[in-house]
Write a protein that binds this ligand. Sequence first.
Ligand code: UDP
Length: 414
Amino acid sequence: MLPRVPVQPKSLEAYRPIVGDEVLDEIKSLAEPLQGARVLHINSTAHGGGVAEMLYSLVPLMSSAGLEVEWRLIRGDQDFFTVTKLFHNALQGMEIPITNEMKLKYLNVIEENAADFQGEYDFVMVHDPQPCALIAGLINTPARRGKWIWRCHIDTTYANDEVWEFLVPYIELYDAVVFTKEDYIKTPLKVGVKAFITPSIDPLSPKNIIPEKRVQSDIARRYGVDENRPIMLQVSRFDPWKDPLGLVDCYREVKKTHRDVQLVYLASMADDDPEGWHYYEKTSQYAGNDPDIFLLSNLQGIGNVEVSAFQAMATVVLQKSIREGFGLTVTEAMWKRKPVVGGGVGGILLQVDDGVNGFLVKSVSQAAEKVRLLLDSPSLATRMGEAGHEKVRRNFLTPHHIRNYLRLFRALVG
Ligand code: UDP
């Protein structure tokens, strides 16, 4: 059997004061005919990156709505995850030749996982490309009786043709697909139901509860960051799409006029992302030995509380991505009332309203200009932070996400 990820129980009622009665009551009525429905979420990692982050909340909260929900992982070796990271990059538009050998490696590992699959579910939600082809190994088995949904979290608008065409026949085996935005579907898909659903953050998770001031100060001190000087923060995996080098350039631009500014980059090394080390090294070399640049990761003890503390201490949060499926780090920062300077791409466009709760930028110099503006105008930063918080409260919290998934489940079973 595929390994199961244990999750802590959570109660939906605790979210009523945050999201309001309307959302909670709709969840209740949508869930009524689905009581006891067996739901399986499958992805490739329990740690690192946005999907794992969300499943720790979605799984127990969907259970709290009365469904029987499990989260399981596919297994794969290093070579498999190297291939799937190449697929991921190609799906985001990188020109990477996809060889037959890569496809074979992918399909062999997926076949092993299909052989390990047991159980019958009413709904199976398969997240991202890594486990996408699993369904092919389960046709004509009891496992295929339920509704299968492929949930793509990445921006596939500019997907490399070869990898897109390789995956389409597998995607078209599903009963439904979910993308974050309609324009992420590169070519029309022959799938019965298509839904567009944004991801979410959990306002009651340790990642999103702001630690006390004293804890924040301890954390700053532990890593040598001066909390009394301005902090530019980016939280993201070391990945070319997050533009870590552009971020360092932006900081250097700002530093010319704001000598006291510091750059903090927090990264988590995801189990299914073998590129992380390579880009960490690259960024670290590029940053040189500037004492005001802090590149920190889970290996130095950066966990949820530390991420939250730095988000709370930041003066400006950046997400200088070149592609971004959604960008939970943007949502997290907005929830903590921080103005965000983000690359004007993908899911960042759904979150940042330019000039209202942050700024959308297209270049390093534009990013630096907006950071300076925010450093010089604390009242603007506060106003934007408030607007960002409210936008997240109305749209991007876990209960909204559950409501949208339940609407989809109901549509699938008529
Ligand atoms: N994250 C973290 N620690 C880090 C860096 C990232 O916990 O040092 C989390 C971050 O808070 C967010 C998720 O990883 O919840 C990243 O999700 P996002 O959608 O921004 O990007 P992805 O990694 O999925 O491309």
